[in-house]
Design a protein around this ligand. Structure first.
Ligand code: B1M
Length: 217
C-alpha cells in the first residue's frame, strides 16, 4: 500500500534511495503520476519549506531533502515528458534568474511543458539577461520562462524583461513563476503572464501561443 505520509517523512529526512523506491512502487501500484508528484513529493517539500522558514532545519538538511525530491522526480521524468503529440513545435527558453539556485520548480514546469509538446531549452540556474536573450535568438523561442524563489532575485526578472525589449525581441512572450512572484508583479514588470504551478504554466504557455497565432492570422 502506498503511504504518502511515510514518503513525505523520508523526503523530509533526505532519504533519497527510499524516496526513489517509493516513487517507483507508487507508480507500479497504479497511482497516477500527478498524484505521486503532488501527494508524495511536493507535499513533503512543503513541510521542509515550513520548517526551514521557522529555523527548525537549516541549509544542509534542505539540500538533502532537495536531493531526495530530485531522486523521485527522476523516476517521474519520462512519464511527465512523454509527448502525446507527434513532434515538439514551439520552443520555450527557461531558466532560474541570476543569483538564484532553486531549480526544482523550474524543472517541473519544463517537464510538464515538454509533455505537452513544447521543446524546452533549459538554461539552468543563475541565468543572466544576456544568456536569456542569446538563447531566445539562437532557438527562435516563442516563450521565455523565468523562475525565481527569492525576494532578492525576483527583481532581476524586470532586468530581463527590459533587456528583452531593448534587444527588440518583441515577438517572444515572457512568463514568470516562483513563490514570491504573482500576477500583480508580472504586470508591474511588463511580463506577459504568471503561473502559480506547473500545470497552470502549461495552460498559460498554450494560451499565449494561440493568442499569438490568432493575432498573426
Ligand atoms: Co531556499 N529558500 N534558500 N533552498 N528553499 C526558499 C525559497 C524559502 C522560501 C525558504 C523559507 O524561508 N521558507 C527562502 C526564501 C525567502 C524569501 O526570499 N522570501 C529560501 C532561502 C532564504 C534560501 C537561502 C537564501 C538560504 C541561505 O543560504 N541562508 C539560499 C539561497 C541560495 C540561492 O538561490 N542563491 C537557499 C538555498 C536552498 C537550497 C539550495 C538548500 C534548496 C534548493 C535546491 C534546489 O532547488 N536545487 C532550497 C530549497 C529546496 C527551498 C524550499 C524549501 C523549497 C523550494 C522547492 O523546491 N519547492 C523553499 C521553501 C518554499 O518554497 N516554501 C526555499 C518545491 C517546488 C516544486 O515548488 O519551487 O515553488 P516551487 O515551484 C512551483 C511554483 O512556484 C511554480 O511551479 C512550480 C511547480 O508547481 N513555478 C513556476 C516555479 N517556477 C516557475 C516558472 C514559471 C511558472 C511557474 O514560468 C516560467
Amino acid at each position: 500500500m502506498t503511504d504518502y505520509a511515510f514518503m513525505n517523512q523520508c523526503l523530509f529526512e533526505g532519504k533519497h534511495e527510499e524516496v526513489k523506491k517509493m516513487t517507483e512502487e507508487a507508480l507500479a501500484a497504479g497511482h497516477p503520476v500527478q498524484e505521486v508528484l503532488e501527494d508524495g513529493l511536493i507535499a513533503g517539500m512543503r513541510v521542509v519549506g515550513e520548517d526551514f522558514k521557522h529555523n527548525r532545519i537549516f541549509v544542509p538538511e534542505v539540500l538533502l531533502a532537495a536531493r531526495a525530491m530530485k531522486a523521485g522526480m527522476a523516476i517521474l521524468h519520462p512519464l511527465l515528458t512523454e509527448n502525446k503529440d507527434a513532434t515538439p513545435s514551439e520552443v520555450i527558453v527557461m531558466g532560474t534568474v541570476k543569483g538564484d539556485l532553486h531549480d526544482i520548480g523550474k524543472n517541473l514546469v519544463g517537464m510538464m511543458a515538454e509533455g505537452a509538446g513544447f521543446k524546452i531549452i533549459d538554461l539552468g540556474t543563475n541565468t543572466s539577461a544576456a544568456e536569456f536573450i542569446a538563447a531566445v535568438k539562437e532557438h527562435n523561442a516563442s516563450i521565455l520562462g523565468m523562475s525565481a524563489l527569492l525576494t532578492t532575485t525576483m527583481i532581476y526578472m524586470k532586468t530581463v524583461v527590459d533587456a528583452v525589449k531593448e534587444a527588440g525581441l518583441s515577438s517572444v512572450k515572457i512568463c514568470i513563476g516562483g513563490a514570491p512572484t504573482g500576477h500583480k508583479f508580472a504586470e508591474e514588470i511588463g511580463a506577459d503572464g504568471y503561473a502559480a504551478d506547473a500545470a497552470s504554466a502549461v495552460e498559460l504557455f498554450k494560451r499565449l501561443i494561440s493568442e499569438k497565432t490568432n493575432a498573426s492570422q
